[in-house]
Design a protein around this ligand. Structure first.
Ligand SMILES: [Zn+2]
Length: 184
């Protein structure tokens, strides 16, 4: 059975985010807030920038629901995960022209998952010789302005997938930096 995105579920996700302090759940509850760095969202998944990136353009694909593993997904959610990962790779290839990519999942604390209860697929663009850069950047908070710029540009990059039939209906996101929100 496909799981549908419903208002009661949205309320549940919001409550869960408050209770657990899970930042993927917090982002799922508030995709449009530019502060959350979400660049694309369907009815089942979101794509967001990593605030502590491995390299420039490091994106993560996560379910809106608090699920520990892709094996917990069913129906439409399960069907769109891989096409969505490839869509993320396509947008980054066009936007940043990297020399390569790391695509991957860390499931469970033993495997290095930072948020073990909420799985997230990493899509990391790589450049020849970027290892020194990574040593400097990994784990370091980059300037918010750079993240805002990336967020705005990538939201435009994902516009081509807004009506893509492979994905459940996309949630409309305003262009980052527009309109306000609560941004703190
Ligand atoms: Zn969560």
């Amino acid at each position: 059975m496909a799981t549908l995105f419903t208002p009661w579920r949205y309320e549940y996700i919001k409550r869960k985010a408050r209770e657990d302090g899970c930042f993927f759940c917090a982002a799922a509850a508030d995709c449009d807030d530019a502060e959350r760095l979400v660049v694309f969202a369907t009815s089942h998944h979101l794509v967001m920038l990593n605030r502590h990136p491995y390299t420039n353009g490091h994106l993560m694909v996560a379910p809106l629901a608090h699920l520990a593993s892709p094996r917990d997904e069913e129906g439409a959610a399960a069907a769109e995960l891989w096409p969505l990962v490839l869509a993320v790779q396509e947008v980054l290839a066009d936007d940043l022209a990297p020399d390569g990519f790391n695509l991957g999942l860390n499931l469970g604390s033993a495997a290095g998952a930072g948020v073990p209860g909420h799985f997230h697929f990493h899509v990391v663009p790589r450049w020849s010789g970027d290892t020194n850069f990574m040593g400097v950047v990994a784990g370091v908070r980059i300037v918010p302005q750079a993240l805002d710029d990336s967020c705005r540009r990538l939201r435009r990059g994902f516009a081509r997938f807004a009506a893509d039939p492979r994905f459940t209906p996309a949630l409309a996101l305003a262009e980052a930096g527009e309109g306000g929100g609560e941004g703190r």
